[in-house]
Design a protein around this ligand. Sequence first.
Ligand code: NAP
Length: 306
Amino acid sequence: MAILLDGKKVAADIQAGVKEAVAELARGGVVPKLTVVLVGDNPASAIYVRNKARSCEAVGMGSQVVQLPGTATQAELAARVDALNADDGVDGILVQLPLPGHLDPFDILCRLDPAKDVDGFHPRNVGLLQIGKAALRPCTPAGIMRMLDAYAIPLEGARAVVVGRSDIVGKPMAAMLLHRHCTVTLCHSRTRDLASVTREADLLVAAIGRAGLITAEMVKPGAVVVDVGMNTLTDEAAVMRFFASDAAKLKTFREKGSVLIGDVDYHGVLPVAGHLTPVPGGVGPLTIAMLMQSCVTAARARRGMA
Ligand code: NAP
């Protein structure tokens, strides 16, 4: 039976470290501040933004939400980003994605001051990560690396398979694992015979966005399996397929009409894997903890502190 990788616990440890670093900065008169730019009224984005503001508060950092209407133009959004870049009191800027369809996210990400780009999405930071130089790094894969280290998962020489090639998770994850001397394979929707590739993985990272796609037959016995996916199941047949024996999930489904599921068939894979992240409570909490960490890193770097 797999050992569970407890993302909440690792996130709490990261957060404790950040709190200490923030207190230290405060003694020198610096209060790091994160600004989140939110365009439109996507309810999921509004929840994420609120959670980020709460997390800032919890570690003693300042936070601010710049809210623009869903009708904002590219030029209006660009002007706000320019103003935040120029504001010396702002250490971190995060543009909440997705933006409304008429706005070009790439243009906006390119506009961010790379020194304040706490998501690590600016092409300069993307490039620095690729060549293994210090940079602000995407929070989800950076958090996963912290968790793998917290559990002393051996990486050097390990065969790592990342499923999903997004710019925010899959690609930076692959780069980070490569820099730690894994032999990395990056899979996607056109990968032929995905199961034959995933079965070779000592470390399997699933960042796909497909409920329970990774099944027991796709996992090498003893492998470390990291489930990044966050999918919502509302169909009762699907819930029963994955969670028939899980009283807690079934109760949640009865009460809320939906349950959260990762990209891994948790109950199927649990007896096969060596380590496994649960959903929720695995990768999710790490992402936000690393965002706080990024903000402190940015605040220190902007002031020439190591
Ligand atoms: P994304 O941009 O939609 O990318 C999904 C990737 O999965 C794509 O590369 C796609 O391939 C690949 N894919 C789709 N179907 C596949 C299949 N049947 N076989 C193999 N590969 C397949 O997603 P994302 O933003 O990386 O997010 C992935 C998941 O992680 C989502 O559930 C998201 O909610 C979750 N997430 C969680 C956190 C967290 O903090 N826990 C953070 C970020 C994301 P193509 O490139 O060929 O289309």
